[in-house]
Design a protein. Structure first.
Length: 230
């Protein structure tokens, strides 16, 4: 079956976009947190490739075009932040403290898990960039000697999980402040969490976009330090 699609350069991109649209339709129809569009898209793409017996290389020949958009998409998150610049200045100290605390919590959490489960150094550094956007996380993992493919999978799982449980966590701890919600989603679940934050409101989306950028930069520095701990 691979031969049928070898000349279809955009097969991967088309399947991915259609699968994501299916996810959006299901989310709008049933309004359940578990029906995250990206999660549904992942399941659909895996199913299509398995049924049609399309290997990863063939799928990625077209799917890679979507990957090229990761970096500019991340940069575009600065637009809503600019629109909320006055609010950022008002809460600047709290925002900085929140992002720094989030990055350190992520690093310490990975270190504790690595010690508890006896992970080797390679797997440990592979997991360190789990809470930052893929565009940055791949570079961090490669620089530290991690397994980039596992890092990407971990980042995606982290983002989807954060997006799915966000409403429940905010309700459980009665977090209603838009700035706090946005920072939490962006810091813990990077770009996927930012998509969820934008659904909540402009302030949440702007703060989440800021957290993605700043947390990514801080992780580049702190991951190098934490990599020495194991």
């Amino acid at each position: 079956m691979n031969g049928v699609w070898e000349e279809s350069l955009f097969f991967g991109a088309v399947v991915s976009l259609l699968a994501y649209e299916v996810g959006l339709m299901l989310k709008r129809r049933f309004r359940l947190a578990i029906l995250n569009p990206l999660l549904i898209a992942v399941i659909c793409v895996i199913g299509v490739n398995a049924v049609m017996k399309v290997d990863y290389q063939t799928y990625n020949a077209g799917g890679q075009y979507l990957s090229y958009l990761l970096t500019p998409a991340t940069v575009c998150l600065a637009v809503p932040l600019y629109e909320q610049l006055a609010l950022l200045k008002k809460h600047l100290t709290a925002v900085i403290c929140g992002i720094v605390a989030g990055v350190l919590a992520s690093m310490v959490g990975v270190l504790i898990c690595a010690l508890v489960f006896g992970l080797e150094h390679e797997l440990y550094v592979t997991l360190l960039p789990k809470s930052i956007t893929t565009a940055i996380g791949m570079g961090v993992s490669e620089e530290l000697g991690g397994i980039v493919t596992i890092t990407v999978a971990t980042i995606i799982v982290t983002g989807i999980l954060g997006s799915v449980i966000a409403d429940g966590v905010f309700a459980l701890f009665r977090i209603e402040e838009p700035v706090a919600r946005g920072l939490a989603l962006g810091n813990a679940s990077h770009a996927i969490g930012t998509a969820k934050a934008m659904e909540m409101g402009q302030v949440e989306g702007a703060m989440s976009g800021l957290a993605v950028a700043v947390a990514g930069l801080l992780t580049v520095v702190t991951a190098s330090v934490f990599a020495q701990f194991l």
